[in-house]
Design a protein around this ligand. Structure first.
Ligand SMILES: Cc1ncc(COP(=O)(O)O)c(C=O)c1O
Length: 393
């Protein structure tokens, strides 16, 4: 059989590789030519403005990665030792780790079987059954007597969380919402961009994200006071532009101008990237439409997903074998994250009735989704999945 895959990729269909097809070289060269390579420079300002405007927020603060964006967001919400933060059981580990960086503890809530995002109904049940609102107006976990301070709303694989219901519940229980929008730049919930709902929201520009700056992240918010605080903490909490006067423990979390230059070039392509991701999702959908044994998870009618990653489910007995088979055919796929409450570091934390996340972990995998993936590569991937199932009767 002749391979349809280019030599450049060493005959592999990658899971997700960046599309560097715009002004990246030009803008980065400009940084090198002018010497503006570090964490101050016009590209940093431009990148912050561009992303904040795109998302629909007043402020953007560029940082080294999505994890540092999440960490700073929790810090400015005053999350600290003795607090609890709601984290979906199904997410990348960074969402939970940052809670621990602050000395607080995550409480894990299940995901919705269809959107893979936080199950808002289950969160409501948890708050009604396991928590109490005290006279100070805050919500406390009855078992630990600790305050439930924030919810991490993770828009998994680009699909938005049910934000209207989440906002209503969080207002009722006086809990802050921090959006982990690291995977959902460009996605919309009822016409509004993800990243514009929470008290703060966090983005990632890691190499596999819909746009990349090599590595990078951003906090976006409409709250000027919080924005200033995030900026302050991200620059070692320096109080004075000349004197080395620091008023608290800060972090060196600022993005460099070189990375921001790449980010600006990528932002110029974002709308096209979202369009391509969606078009490719529809291609997968059409090809899978007559196939038994596999289901492509799809967006809900109230959202427009950026389809950052494509997720399919198969029966538990087939998942690992299918992954191994596709790898043997040089098609990169990956299992989903192990539900976080099952990881060694988190197994003593509270997890409220987590069922769907375990089931999804047992049955789901992500398919190749690069912006540059060719039609033939999508077809080839689906063809190989078909032959896997036909060989099994
Ligand atoms: C859901 C989620 N949260 C947080 C992060 C952390 O972002 P970064 O890798 O930029 O630190 C990522 C991505 O890697 C992610 O997918």
């Amino acid at each position: 059989m002749t391979s349809i895959i280019s030599d450049k990729r060493l005959n592999v269909i990658p899971l997700s590789e960046p599309a560097i097809i715009g002004n990246e070289w030009k803008y980065i060269k400009e940084c090198l030519d002018t010497g503006w390579v570090s964490s101050v420079g016009s590209y940093v300002n431009r990148f912050e403005k561009m992303v904040a405007e795109y998302v629909g927020c007043k402020y953007g603060i560029a940082v080294v990665n999505g994890t540092s964006a999440l960490h700073l967001s929790l810090l400015v919400c005053d999350v600290k030792s003795g607090d609890e933060v709601i984290v979906p059981a199904l997410t990348f580990v960074a969402t939970a780790n940052v809670v621990k960086y602050c000395g607080a503890d995550p409480v894990f809530i299940d995901c919705d079987q269809e959107t893979l995002c936080l199950d808002v109904k289950k969160l409501k049940r948890f708050l009604e059954m396991e928590c109490i609102r005290k006279n100070d107006g805050y919500t406390y976990n009855k078992a630990s007597d600790r305050r439930v301070k924030a919810v991490m709303a993770v828009h998994n694989f680009g699909h938005p969380v049910e934000m209207d219901n989440l906002i209503e519940i969080c207002q009722q229980y006086n809990i802050d919402i921090i959006e982990d929008a690291t995977e959902s730049l460009g996605s919309e919930h009822k016409g509004q961009k993800t990243g514009s709902f929470g008290k703060l929201a966090c983005l990632s520009f890691n190499g596999n994200k819909i746009i990349t700056s090599g590595g990078g992240g951003m906090v976006v918010t409409n709250d000027g006071r919080l924005a200033e605080k995030v900026r302050h903490l991200s620059t070692q909490a320096k109080n004075d532009s000349i004197e080395y006067d620091h008023n608290e423990i800060g972090y060196n979390y600022r993005l460099t101008n070189i990375q921001a230059a790449m980010g600006v070039a990528q932002m110029e392509g974002l709308d096209t990237f979202v369009e391509i991701k969606r078009k490719n999702a529809f291609r997968y959908k059409k090809l899978f439409s007559n196939m038994n044994g596999i289901e492509l998870l799809w967006e809900k009618p109230w959202v427009k997903s950026n389809f950052w990653f494509y997720t399919v489910t198969v029966s538990t007995v087939h998942k690992k074998a299918l992954i191994d088979y596709l790898h043997s055919e040089n098609i990169q796929v990956r299992p989903l994250w192990k539900p976080i409450h099952t990881l060694r570091m988190y197994k003593d934390c509270q997890a409220f009735r987590v069922e769907s996340a375990l089931n999804i972990y047992d049955t789901a995998l992500n398919l190749p989704c690069s912006i540059g993936i060719k039609k033939e590569e999508i077809d080839f991937t689906v063809e190989k999945i078909k032959s896997f199932f036909s060989s099994r009767g």
